[in-house]
Design a protein. Structure first.
Length: 68
């Protein structure tokens, strides 16, 4: 196995180089399968939960005050 040290400056570079390394090692399909393991896909019902908080929708007057 050949090891290459990368001079990485920022997170975008880390992500780019990581994806490239995965693609090289696993191929496109393998990379996608690997990354899917970290995607929880979300949970719950956002639309229903959004309105369960008991917070009333702001009135027209409250909205006007926000934008003054």
């Amino acid at each position: 196995m050949i090891s290459t040290k990368l001079n990485i400056v920022n997170n975008a570079e880390i992500q780019k180089n990581g994806i490239m390394a995965l693609k090289e090692a696993l191929g496109v399909t393998g990379t996608l399968k690997f990354l899917e393991q970290f995607d929880n896909g979300g949970y719950g019902d956002y639309t229903a939960e959004k309105y369960q908080g008991g917070d009333a929708e702001p009135t027209d007057e409250e909205i006007r005050r926000m934008f003054r």
